[in-house]
Design a protein around this ligand. Sequence first.
Ligand code: ASP
Length: 319
Amino acid sequence: MSGKKIVILGTGGTIAGISAQAGDNIGYVAAQVGVQQLMAAVPGLEQAARGPLVAEQVAQLDSKDMAHGVWRDLALRCAHHLADPQVQGVVITHGTDTLEETAWFLHEVLDVRAKPVVLTCAMRPSTALAPDGPQNLLDAVAVAATSGARGVLAVASGEIHGARRVQKVHPYRVHAFSSGEGGPLGWVEEGNVRLEQDWPSAPTGHAKGAIEDIADVSLWPRVEVLFSHAGATGALVDALVRDGVQGLVVACTGNGTIHHALEAALLRAQQSGVCVVRSTRCPEGQVLPKPGDALPDSGGLSPFKARISLMLELLRTGG
Ligand code: ASP
């Protein structure tokens, strides 16, 4: 027993969902069950925590509706608890739909060099015949309680993923998360962590002080994601620029290539002061930059994580 606390922050999601019929895995309502009740449904949670468990309901929403203000509140609660020497780690119950985005946001703003923040979730509501939430929560607590664990992590289906690579890759099956070609960081087996890769390293630029940058923000820089595809035009870009967009992330074809009509509009946008970043539509790999690229690439971040990094960047630089 470390004797230190594990804090569980509830935010909603399917893990807290309820359906009228136990066999219905799609017609449920997410975010109905409180975090205390979720914890009460997991035998052995206190033993897995190896110390006291503390619960807090930070939000109660379907994560498809995640908002920047909820991220801010969640990050502030995480920072508060991580600063407590009596806290070993933080677990967050979350919906699966935007879990990877929340994970990346937290990675970008929290100092997690010495403690873990572990997001977990479920693909089946709490009323399902075989809910996956209780085991995922137990595994997440076991990871948070593991000595040496650090970084923003996601735990589901017995796998441990890092915030940078984790992605929801399936809309229905229980095993819905993947870190792509790199594979998971490790696994949770009967409450024990088996690591294949090291815990994630600290965020590269601005972890220190980043939480202060967002503490009082109510107006977030507007950054949109758009796709390059057959038949693409520049109309959407031109409309967004007229509407005051500050950043654009393009999910490009292949190795960062863009339909010529869309590219022309993006270059015009860039010239007018809009920050444009290229990511790729490909689910694996990353854009390999070439000398002379007119539009910067996302450094391997998915379009949706690149959007978050660009938004925070614009916040720091004043847009
Ligand atoms: N729509 C749900 C959510 O993201 C899906 C889930 O949690 O699996 O909150």
